[in-house]
Structures are given as C-alpha cells and as structure tokens.
Design a protein. Structure first.
Length: 550
C-alpha cells in the first residue's frame, strides 16, 4: 500500500518491450449488460413480422435469451439496417457483460444520457473497438458487412492471418473488400460464420437486423463459444485498503464495490506498545454479517529507524510476532497484511526472519498472511525485499503497482503505465508463484505541473480527475502504448497534465494481469475511485476468462 506521508524515491522502468496489442482503426462496436438467459421463454413467435424471415429461428432464440429486442413490442423489422450502437448492445448482452457509464467519455459524440453510452463504453474499455475517428464513434451510423466481420473476429479473440490479396477470397466481388478487412473476411469465411450471396460477399452493404441475428446466433451456437460463455468464473481475491474514511464510509465503499476482503489500517509499530491495537469491533461485526474477510493491515508508517530496531532485535521481533498472532486470533481475523515501507537494505535478512517466524504461527491457526512489495527496481527502495523468500513465507505477495512516477519526481508521467506494470509482474513471477501474486492497482492519480513537476504536482482522486476534465474543457488523448489518456488543461496560466486512471485504463491493466493467472487484486485506496471502475474491471475479468478455441 502507498504511504501518502512519504515520497518514494524510486527510479522508473525503461519503457520497453511489451506494448498493447495493435488497435486497428476500423468501424466496430461495444459490449455491456448481463445476459438475462431464460428470462423470456415462450412458445409463440415474439414478433408479427418475422414469420417469413430466413432468420426467424435465430431471432426467436436470441430474443428468448435476452440478447436482442424488437423495434417495438410486436415488430422486429428484419430488413432494417443495424447501427453501430445497436450491434454494440447485442454484443454486450451476448457476452454477458454489463454496461459501464465511464466517468471519462471515450468519444465526443457519446453522452452519459445516451441509451447506448454504457454499451459502447464497455466495448471500448475492452479494446474491442475504436471510433470512426480519434474523437468520434458515430453510434448511429450503419454497420457494413466487412465491418461486422472485423468486429466478430475481435470478439472471438482471433488474430486474423494476413492475406496478400483479395483474390484469395472465394467471392466474385473480392476486389471490393477493403484492404484492412481482408484478414477478417477471410477468417469469418474460413469458420463458416459469414457466407456469400449469389457468389458475392457484398462487403460494403449495410448489415440488416436479420443478418445480424443469423451471424450472432451462428457464433453462439458453436460448441466452443457455448462452452466458454457457460463456464462459471471463480471469484478472485479483491482487497480494498481503508484510508482517510470513517468506518461507516468504508463499509459503504465495500458494499458499493463488491470487494470481498477488507484491509483496515489497524496495527502500527509503536515505541511503547510494540504494535498498537486500533481494531474496530464494528467493522469486525460488519464483515461477519456480510461474509467478508478482514486482513488487518500492519504498518510501519515508513519509519525505517523504528522498523530496524524491531526487526534486528530478536526479542522485539518475536514479541511483535506474538502480539500480531494474538490480535489475529482474538478478533477472529481472516488474515494480516504486512505493509512495511522504506525498510533499509541492511534489514533484508531480518525482514525475512520476521516473516519466517510469523507465517507458520498464523498458518497453524488458519490465518492468511500477505506482504506488500514494490516492483523490483534494483534500487535501495526495494533492497530489503528478498522476493523469493517472502513468497515462501507468506500466502500472498501483493505487488504495489503504482508510483512509476512519484510525487516529487523531476519528470511528469504515469503513476502506472501498462508496460511498466507488465515488466513488474513478469519480474516478480520469476521469484513468486503466480497463484500467490495479488496485483495492487491505483484508484488515484496525479495532477502534474508540466513546467515544474517536482514542486507543482499532487495526488488526486479519480472523482477529482473527472471534475477537472469537465470544468476546464480539458483535452483528452488516448495513448495506446501505455493504455491511458493524457488529460491536459491550463490553470492560472500553467499547463497541467494528468495521466488518467479510469475504467478504460484499469480494464487494460486487469486484462494484462489476467493473462498471468494471478490470485487477485488490491486497490489503493477505497473511496478515491469513481463507481464505474468496478463494473469495468469485472467486465475485464469476465471477458478475459473466455477461451474460444477455433
């Protein structure tokens, strides 16, 4: 967990290697709400105008699953064209996702009041679609058949094989397929999901509602897709640290977020009491009532001298261990979370001894032990962490994935860019098994003076970030390499910048971490986020869990 009271003197990683998957700038759509399967079973045809349609059975199946609706209570209008917004809604339902009301709008032509805002935002967060331009999405524009092919290929996580020319396509109008769409059309043809009409593909023709239903139904009925969508996803550990909030506020933050593990700041190293006890019995009762875990946080307030005295003295170290064990047992805690920061490199072996003593005592009582570590920077800030040993003497190692550019840095930049985080988890995985890694994500960011970052910068909540964006008519530019927006505005004649954390950036981080099969997530800190990020990150976990094998 990040200590607000101190500036971290850490060096940033070199930006190298692992970049985001290339985002193709072609028309497509989005994802969102949950699939309400079995919510509309009926023995009757739901619409009066589909009896003669070739897509009748597909329309009925999709309607009964809650994936599509009619244009009215009694009509479907199968021959009507599909808009980008409409197809987005269908995909969100089909993929069992939820709409996300992004606090930062991804496009200027999307407003939170639009019925399709949450669906399009959900798909944008998952990097499935981009706009017609860098600023606009064109939600009411119609979808062409080649655009639909591209969208479905991306939805199924297929990397299209490049083909050198359109002549390899089995269609009489192959030359009319756009160059960017060749691989997508080829994949949809190979898989049998899209077929020609009278020998032609009609790439520039608008997709009709009947065609959209046939295409989506054909895909959803394949065994690979049905199995992936039907597989229940196990809930990971989701831990939220309490900071600067009352017990009542923290309880509400937990309920609003769906967090399953609470980490209140209860135990701190103390000169007189060894470890001071600030346990709040109300929170203990709350957690038990809602079937939630509490991992009491044990901190050192970044006091390296006091930490050294405790760790290096065998009797003090063992007395601290015993007090912590007694607290955990007395209050029936599910676990403890060790957050010792600014520990001197000379105390590396002592910190390991502390964990080696504490771990078996808690383990025998069925109490979980976790420890927070910074990314391995090879610097004095992380010299105290013997990552391999700490992984051995704990149930979980929590990777504090923030402060790439820290408060007081001479260089403005991201708190946690995607390449930096991937380097951090890949490095940690060499020492700690993936099933023991918890990724801590920032739900805060930093407002930088771009002319004097060292002295003119400060931490802000994500709610404050959104207020700044709206109140200052700030510019917002997505950087696909680091998976963040750069927000710029002018205040009192000074140009300021924010490398944003929001639903889109946090979704990218979660999808990256999911590829490493980690144990869960932690968030610093509860109450600093906007509500939309929780839905977005759940979507990211859900979509990442789908394995389509074609």
């Amino acid at each position: 967990m990040k200590e607000i009271i101190s500036s971290k003197k850490i060096s940033s990683f070199a930006k190298k290697g692992i970049s985001l998957a290339i985002i193709l700038s072609i028309s497509s759509l989005t994802l969102s709400p949950q699939l309400h399967a079995a919510s509309r079973p009926t023995n009757q045809t739901p619409f009066k105008d589909i009896s003669g349609s070739y897509a009748k059975e597909a329309i009925i199946r999709l309607y009964n699953k809650g994936i599509i609706n009619g244009t009215s209570l009694t009509t479907f209008e199968p021959g009507k064209t599909v808009t980008r917004a409409e197809l987005s809604k269908m995909l969100v339902n089909a993929l069992q996702l939820d709409p996300v009301s992004n606090d930062l709008s991804p496009f200027t032509d999307l407003k939170p009041s639009d019925w399709y805002y949450g669906d399009i935002s959900a798909l944008v967060n998952l990097d499935m679609v981009q706009g017609r331009s860098s600023k606009t999405f064109a939600p009411k524009a119609v979808i062409t058949r080649e655009e639909a092919a591209a969208l479905m290929v991306r939805m199924l996580k297929i990397e299209p094989e490049a083909i050198p020319s359109s002549s390899q396509l089995p269609y009489t109008d192959h030359s009319k397929v756009s160059n960017w769409a060749l691989g997508y059309v080829n994949e949809m043809t190979r898989l049998g999901f899209m077929k020609g009409d009278a020998g032609g593909f009609r790439p520039k023709y608008s997709l009709t509602r009947a065609e959209a239903a046939m295409l989506l139904d054909r895909i959803l009925q394949t065994s690979q897709v049905a199995a992936a969508l039907g597989k229940k996803q196990a809930d990971p550990i989701t831990l939220g640290w309490q900071y600067d909030s009352t017990t009542a506020e923290f309880e509400q933050q937990i309920l609003n977020s769906g967090i399953n593990t609470l980490s209140p700041r209860w135990y701190f190293l103390d000169e007189q009491n060894i470890v001071k006890d600030n346990t709040d019995q109300r929170l203990v009762t709350f957690a038990k009532k809602h079937n939630l875990n509490i991992w009491g946080m044990v901190g050192n307030r970044a006091n390296s001298e006091m930490t050294h005295r405790m760790l290096s003295d065998t009797s003090q170290r063992e007395a601290t261990v015993q007090k912590l064990v007694n607290y955990a047992k007395s209050y029936s805690l599910a676990g403890l979370n060790i957050d010792f920061e600014n520990v001197s490199g000379e105390d590396r072996s002592y910190l390991t001894l502390f964990m080696a003593s504490l771990y078996p005592k808690l383990k025998s009582a069925g109490i979980t032990l976790s420890i927070d570590v910074s990314p391995d920077l090879g610097s004095s800030w992380t010299a105290a962490f013997d990552y391999e040993a700490l992984g051995r003497y704990s149930d979980y190692v929590v990777l504090m994935g923030y402060e790439e550019h820290w408060n007081g840095s001479t260089k403005a930049g991201s708190v946690a860019s995607l390449p930096w985080l991937e380097h951090a988890v890949a490095t940690l995985k060499k020492a700690v098994p993936e099933y023991k890694i918890i990724a801590a994500l920032p739900t805060y960011t930093r407002d930088w003076s771009l002319s004097s970052p060292q002295s003119g910068s400060y931490d802000i909540t994500l709610e404050r970030q959104g207020d700044i964006y709206r109140q200052n008519k700030a510019s917002l530019t997505w950087d696909s390499e680091i998976a963040q927006y750069l927000l710029k505005y002018v205040s009192q004649g000074v140009t300021r910048g924010i490398w944003t954390e929001d639903s889109r950036s946090l979704s990218a981080k979660v999808m990256m971490y999911e590829s490493y099969n980690i144990a869960g997530y932690a968030f610093w800190y509860m109450g600093s986020e906007t509500p939309d990020v929780w839905t977005a990150m759940r979507n990211a976990r859900t979509y990442s869990s789908y394995q389509f094998t074609f």
